[in-house]
Design a protein around this ligand. Structure first.
Ligand code: BGC
Length: 358
């Protein structure tokens, strides 16, 4: 699990104290430009424009939309587009595709995704369309309601799903970005992902020669795995990273972890902040050496953490990412678990909203 990756670090870091810095638009950190010497001016401009974003999580990657406590209501499109410049759309294509190598997409489901993508693009936001929760591909335990497929068809299915998705959206605005796979891990770590990603990108490029594509490293898109990532020769790539440090704080009380973290951890003391800045500095150094810009695709907190700490954390990550020029998408909008908006009351969780956006 993601949890094991960073846990040791933060057990050592301690959980007390408060991250005292208050921030506001007037105190927003100076932004460094992204490193771009390996990408086109278009992709560089997009990486620098992604800015502040949100994941519409737990909606289209639930086994059935609505099953994880939240449906993607039309009103949400206006709400997120009014607040953010970028929306990441996690979609579990693999459960809506044939179990065979051809992975023929279920047309009714794909039409539902079209509807959401087009509604978001019509609002002018960047849309990152993601392949989420194809867990068997990474050798992870099957996700809730994930249907198993023959091991031999796992990778061809990924390639063939993208072949269809890419053709489907080939004429959409360049503001639509593709993200090849959320959080590759386990059996994909290292070389297997380095070998599979170019095959997927090749089918995307057959119909979308210049669209900006996001690829992240293995180990759950972990920053430590950047050093093992070998990117395909392509000048329209942004590299996606995820970071949930301090993990025992952000994931406290998450029940599906092998060893759940106790509730009560707070954030963010100097050591916790230092761990984050070290990680982001590592990512930025990698980006500067390789010339590919970065995007922080996920960070966020489980609802059981205390609200003051959730606010402090959100502001800390926002500020530290932005100081390094890295655009981000918060995990996530409205699910009961990590959400920052209450579908029940129709209001933002104000401390998190202001931490991210004011
Ligand atoms: C997963 C979510 C999870 C979140 C935080 C995401 O990548 O899709 O199910 O809540 O990470 O762990």
């Amino acid at each position: 699990m993601k949890s094991t990756l960073f846990a040791a670090l933060f057990v050592a870091a301690g959980m007390t104290g408060a991250y005292a810095q208050s921030s506001s638009a007037s105190r927003a950190p100076a932004r460094a430009p992204q490193a771009c010497h390996s990408v086109t001016p278009q992709t560089c401009a997009i990486a620098n424009a992604l800015g502040r974003g949100i994941n519409l999580g737990n909606m289209l990657e639930a086994p059935v939309e609505g099953q994880w406590g939240v449906k993607l209501e039309p009103a949400y499109i206006d709400i997120v587009a009014g607040a953010f410049t970028t929306v990441r759309l996690p979609v579990r294509w693999s459960n809506h595709a044939a179990p065979t190598a051809d992975a023929t997409l279920d047309e009714a489901f794909a039409k539902r995704v079209d509807q959401v993508v087009d509604a978001l693009l019509a609002k002018g936001v960047y849309v990152i369309l993601d392949m989420h929760h194809y867990s068997q591909l990474s050798g992870s335990a099957l996700h809730w309601n994930e249907f198993p497929v023959e091991p031999a068809v796992l990778e061809p299915r990924l390639v063939n799903m993208w072949r269809q998705i890419a053709v489907r959206y080939k004429d959409r605005s360049p503001k639509l970005l593709f993200e090849l796979l959320n959080e590759p891990t386990g059996r994909l770590d290292g070389e297997p992902w380095n070998e599979l990603a170019p095959q997927v990108l090749a089918v995307v490029r057959a119909s979308n020669p210049t669209r900006t594509v996001l690829i992240g490293p293995g180990e759950w898109n972990g920053i430590p795995a950047l050093s093992k990532l070998r990117l395909p020769a392509d000048r329209n790539l942004i590299v996606s990273i995820h970071n949930y440090d301090p993990f025992p704080f952000t994931h406290q009380g998450v029940e599906h972890l092998a060893t759940p973290f106790p509730v009560g951890a707070t954030c963010c003391d100097a050591a916790q902040r230092k761990a984050l800045t070290n990680a982001l500095d590592t990512a930025r150094k990698w980006s500067q050496e390789k010339g590919y810009p970065l995007h922080l695709g996920e960070f966020g907190t489980h609802h059981v953490a205390d609200m003051k700490s959730r606010e402090t954390y959100a502001r800390m990550v926002r500020d530290e990412a932005e100081r390094r020029g890295i655009g981000w998408t918060y995990w996530e909008f409205a699910s009961p678990a990590f959400g920052m908006y209450s579908p029940k009351t129709g209001t933002w969780l104000e401390p998190i909203r202001r931490a991210l956006l004011d």
